[in-house]
Design a protein around this ligand. Sequence first.
Ligand code: AMP
Ligand code: MG
Length: 419
Amino acid sequence: MTTCYNVPNLMPFELAKSTLLSNIKKITETESILIQNADNRILAKVITSPLNVPAFNNSAMDGYAIRDDALSDKNVTSPPFTQFKLVGTSLAGTPFKGELNNGECIRIMTGAVVPQSANSVVMQENVDANSDVLITLLHPAKLHSNIRIAGEDILQGHTLFNAGHKLNAIDIGLLSSLGLTTVNVYRKLKVAVFSTGDELKMPGETLQQGDIYESNSQVLVAMLQRLNVDVISLGIIEDDRKEIADAFFKADELADVVITSGGVSVGDADYTKDILNDIGDIGFWKVAIKPGKPFAFGTLPNSVFFGLPGNPVSAVVTFHQLAVPALRYMSGGNQIPSIKLNAVTTHSIKKKAGRMDFQRGIMAVNPKGDLQVTPLSAQGSGILSSISRANCYIILAQDNQGHQAGETVSIELFDSILS
Ligand code: AMP
Ligand code: MG
């Protein structure tokens, strides 16, 4: 572990993120699971196609597969073969057995095998088929029209997905189209979560003077579920040396990653700091971001630790911006770049130089069709409702000193973790 996190000044956001990423390791254990259960799991091995998809040339239309040898030269039919002799039928799952001679055709349905000897499929709307033995083309046919070529979707032997790819519903369809029943994925990351604070009560409990209902661990657990990790929720831990130490030992034993909220700012950090320094190698960082300056990161005997600030918006922003990329990496997955866009701010934005701001905003398309963003008026780090109403961050660089209404700012759309 590097020790660059004990810098006296604020650590720039990008440095914090890259330091985190260079001090964690990817999971190594993998498992084979049914493809039906593979949504949102991360591939541990490359998938190479064992076959061509489609496996054979097949018809894209209901109509007639024709053979006109002149087509290959002229590309378009012309007399004498405006009429074709009907010699059979090819249905999806029941191919025509045989080949066509020049001037012959078969009735063919969508998905049915196109005989090797056929060189075009004519859709039935373009054919006069009143006779049982002859069809007449109403328009010239084109070479290779309406034929789906073997391997045009996926070629046998080609790489479909690399390791690190997160599977989605479409991907599962592709795996199924290759005839695969199981897939090799990284095991799920185990993440333990607890909140510290004497003032915290669970919803349903009675509040005493000065108490508040706990929300951070609920938010974190829900966001972790979006990441598809196994969550171990250890609830609320009092600000008590022994309780906190026990919670850390238990969490470290059960999980690959331990995430806490509260107790990392200067005021009440002392227990946590002492305990963590005893049992692990932890750095207390001051990251140059707003919200979310206090943040702790390091290693425990068996796990990696992220200490988030207690203020609810700070906890969300530090988790989302710093912990999520780390968790994705540890889970074996590729980084998913956030979507950054330019938008015109509808209101002025206040900002002091010194920290990078992740202000919360509502992005919309204005009547002219341009992107605009409305910064939420409540930007306090304790005001969770502000992030609930937002759909994007307004990203303001460390040295930025605010904006007038009408200026262009950079926004980052909330991803699937936050929306
Ligand atoms: P701390 O980081 O422990 O100094 O807490 C900073 C602020 O966040 C205080 O107002 C705490 O009451 C509040 N806070 C801490 N933990 C939580 C939590 N789990 N849920 C909601 N608010 C919290
Ligand atoms: Mg506290």
